[in-house]
Design a protein. Structure first.
Length: 240
């Protein structure tokens, strides 16, 4: 039986993995990880409601968000069920011990078709929420690295596997734009194409961590969602 988290009355999120320390879910594009000024539904609130009901827990339920995906990105999200698990997982992320794989559809075809992008990114966004990036260091910037591998192309767009080795704000979005190949749908970073419901063509397909209690390797995967714009991205996008 597939377990799901219910968000509102129209959205069910598959539970990928669950134990006494972890809850791993497949987040759809469009869902906030945690609350903001909009007051919209969030993954954290849905997870807390799920745990409260599933385990008949009285009072507040602990849910630790140890990493996040942008609202309009889909894929694997790991949540901690205890503060101890949250602390240990957060340490893994800070130490670069977590291995992340994303799939991305980009405008244009990166050249070369595989390689590493190294640049410097600001820790926070500007007034428009855009992360500043440069080829060399500047005050407040942090070195950022990712590897990419183009796996398919139709000449206008490309499908690529992305493996960031650092975890910075908007890193994949910014560094693909630096390549001259912004994510399909990412108007903020230069895409000339929009996708339905503000979707960004980025999916967190795989995440590898060490269990916070015991340290065994865990690999979590999320299948491509129904709204994924490959193949034939031109039929799913429109000019901005």
């Amino acid at each position: 039986m597939i377990r799901t988290l219910t968000v509102g009355s129209t959205m069910d999120l598959p539970v990928i993995y669950e134990d006494n320390h972890l809850l791993v879910v497949d987040k759809p594009a469009g869902l906030l990880a945690q609350g903001d000024h909009s007051g919209d539904h969030t993954l954290v609130a849905a997870a807390a409601a799920y745990l409260k009901e599933a385990y008949a827990k009285p009072g507040n339920v602990y849910v630790g968000l140890v990493h996040r995906l942008d609202r309009n990105v889909s894929g694997v999200v790991v949540l901690a069920r205890t503060s101890k698990a949250a602390g240990r997982l957060s340490s893994q992320f800070r130490a670069g011990a977590v291995h992340k794989t994303y799939l991305a559809v980009v405008s244009g075809v990166p050249e070369p078709d595989r390689g590493e992008v190294v640049s410097w990114l600001a820790a926070t966004g500007d007034r428009r929420g855009v992360t500043r990036a440069a080829a060399t260091a500047f005050p407040g910037a942090r070195e950022s690295r990712l590897r990419y591998d183009v796996t398919a192309t139709d000449g206008r767009f490309a499908l690529a596997e992305i493996k960031p080795t650092t975890g910075r704000r908007h890193q994949i979005r910014v560094q693909l734009a630096q390549l001259g190949c912004p994510l399909l749908g990412d108007i903020k970073y230069g895409s000339a194409w929009r996708l339905a419901d503000h979707r960004l063509a980025l999916h967190a397909s795989r995440l590898t961590i060490k269990h916070p209690v015991g340290g065994r390797d865990l690999v979590f995967e999320a299948p491509l969602p129904r709204d994924w714009p490959w193949p034939d991205p031109a039929s799913k996008a429109r000019k901005a």
